[in-house]
Design a protein around this ligand. Structure first.
Ligand SMILES: C[S@@+](CC[C@H](N)C(=O)[O-])C[C@H]1O[C@@H](n2cnc3c(N)ncnc32)[C@H](O)[C@@H]1O
Length: 194
């Protein structure tokens, strides 16, 4: 209940950046990790971790040796994440500076970027900044995965940035949502205009 109240309180204070009234359900949290081949995975980055429903599954599921980096820019959420997951590498910072945040940790390649960021509320240039930095970091088989509570609506949007975009609906979430699975980042100069 504590996490739900914290998210609700933050939503009332800043609806655009929190963008949801409840933490992701365990069904949505599992869906964003679906099918990850852990034997080939060295580094996973989570963006916009909030109260940590996805982090919880990530920390439980990832085998030892896989590097996990958890990012969130709200200080209260960061404090909670650090107390819940004392061994996790939680970075308090803005995902729009993703490349620099990871460079400071000596990370220049990532296998999965799992995003809970409200990217559709970002300006076009801020959204492109996050996705371009992600594209530059992803390993050749790497994947960007984006949570949504607007099923299918933004598939076209993510197709502007990635060659291969699929979607999985998750009805057992408040509100119903899903995950976009995005592979093959399209370099900015090859993208069609918005
Ligand atoms: C929709 S909530 C998702 C929270 C959590 N991942 C979940 O599934 O319940 C979006 C989160 O992104 C964070 N956020 C928004 N903009 C951000 C930014 N530029 N950098 C880092 N975190 C950001 C918000 O503080 C919020 O915790």
């Amino acid at each position: 209940m504590g996490d739900l109240w914290l998210v609700l309180r933050k939503f009332v204070g800043n609806a655009r950046s929190v963008a949801t009234v409840a933490p992701s359900s365990r069904f949505l949290s599992r869906a964003i990790l679906r099918g990850i081949d852990w034997s080939k995975t060295r580094c996973v980055v989570e963006l916009g971790a909030g109260t940590g429903p996805i982090t919880e599954h990530l920390v439980k599921t990832a085998p030892p040796g896989v590097r996990l980096v958890i990012n969130e820019f709200d200080p209260d959420f960061c404090r909670l994440l650090k107390s819940k997951f004392p061994t996790a590498d939680v970075i308090e910072g803005d995902a729009r500076a993703l490349g620099a945040m990871l460079a400071r940790r000596g990370i220049n390649q990532v296998d999965y970027v799992l995003s809970g960021l409200p990217l559709t509320h970002f300006s076009e240039s801020d959204r492109a900044a996050v996705i371009d930095q992600t594209g530059a970091l992803l390993s050749p088989d790497g994947e960007f995965r984006q949570l949504t509570t607007a099923p299918w609506l933004y598939r076209g949007l993510y197709r502007r940035y990635f060659r291969d975009v699929s979607f999985k609906l998750v009805v057992r979430n408040v509100p119903p949502g899903g995950v976009y699975y995005c592979r093959g980042p399209i370099p900015p100069r090859e993208r069609t205009a918005a």
